[in-house]
Design a protein around this ligand. Structure first.
Ligand code: SF4
Length: 325
């Protein structure tokens, strides 16, 4: 039998430009560690009010370890501990937990807590707060729940800023959600300042370092990309903003949760594909997407390191091993 040469078709070349920083931020990392430590300290099940962070993969892994995710506190049995999510909770939630004698651990990101404390101080100073954020987001619900009803108004858009009604003669201040679009927020703030020149701005930026760094990293690579894939959940505010940043620069972008979500027709045959991940997306999902791309392309990976991050947040003392009873 004559020898038959068999040629494997060559895969098309693909330059994969990976944005950095991307993926987990210090607040998400801390929240996940809090659930893991609570499971070690108290044993399973540990209840978690709401998704600890907006990522199904993370939530499913913690569920396998013994976490039980619930919507409200009344679903938590009296004898089990409960963790509050990284997005923060209204004051009424820890109060209700205390009233029931529940053991609870607050995984609210310290940068969200900082906004909570600012809101309280502004109310003590007799100010009315205009809060820039997205209606219904857990962080917004948590921040509104720090101050008396009617003392804070939501502003979602420039049009809202131009039309929002405020109490007559009110001393105004504004605060923002931590995971907003840097550019959109700047426009909304400009509109607020034009309408209310005396409005008090936060002492420092409320949009967190992780959100602004990830948006800046996308801006840094977008000009070189034909398309951009963002790994993140559809309910993750900071992930959605990353896709928006690219689209606004004229680069088609898609938000996917996992490699199985890739729409290969949409990907097509780009020369350069950009890739990033929202603050609640683990690196393992980034690698999963790279592996999927390698099955169809001859991939050359490049990391575009925009601004290295070294932020770490302390864990609650009561969960640290040497503090355990
Ligand atoms: S995105 Fe920012 S505010 Fe949200 S958990 Fe991460 S560091 Fe904290």
């Amino acid at each position: 039998m004559p020898y038959m040469a068999c040629t494997v078709p060559e895969l098309p070349q693909l330059r994969l430009l990976i944005a950095a920083p991307r993926g987990f931020c210090a607040g998400v990392d801390r929240a996940i560690q809090i659930v893991e430590l609570a499971l070690e300290r108290f044993g399973a099940p540990v209840y978690v009010r709401h998704e600890i962070v907006h990522n199904r993969f993370v939530v499913d892994r913690l569920r396998e370890l013994g976490a039980v995710f619930v919507d409200e506190l009344d679903e938590v049995p009296d004898d089990r501990p409960v963790v509050f999510s990284a997005h923060g909770v209204p004051k009424s939630v820890p109060s209700a937990a205390q009233a029931r004698g529940l053991t609870y651990v607050d995984a609210t990101c310290p940068l969200v807590s900082k906004v909570h404390r600012q809101a309280e101080r502004l109310i003590e100073e007799g100010r009315h707060i205009l809060f820039i954020g997205h209606a219904g987001h857990p962080e917004v619900i948590g921040t509104f729940g720090q101050v008396p009803k009617g003392s804070i108004s939501l502003v979602e858009t420039v049009e809202d800023a131009e039309q929002v009604s405020v109490p007559a003669e009110a001393n105004l201040a504004f605060l923002t959600q931590t995971t907003l679009s840097v550019d959109d927020t700047a426009q909304i703030v400009e509109a607020l300042k034009a309408r209310f020149p005396a409005i008090r701005a936060p002492r420092s930026e409320d949009i967190c370092y992780a959100t602004s760094n990830r948006q800046a990293a996308v801006k840094a690579i977008a000009g070189e990309c034909d398309r951009l894939l963002v790994i993140g959940a559809p309910n993750s505010s900071n992930s959605l903003r990353l896709a928006e940043v690219a689209e606004r620069m004229g680069v088609p972008a898609r938000l996917i949760e996992r490699a199985s979500d890739i729409d290969w027709d949409w990907v097509g045959q780009p020369a350069t594909l950009g890739r990033t991940a929202g603050a609640s997306a683990p690196e393992v999902l980034v690698r999963e997407v790279v592996d999927a791309l390698r099955s169809r392309f001859d991939v050359t990976e490049e990391i575009a390191d925009h601004s290295p991050e070294r932020m770490i947040f302390k864990l609650p003392r009561e969960l640290l091993p040497d503090r355990a009873a």
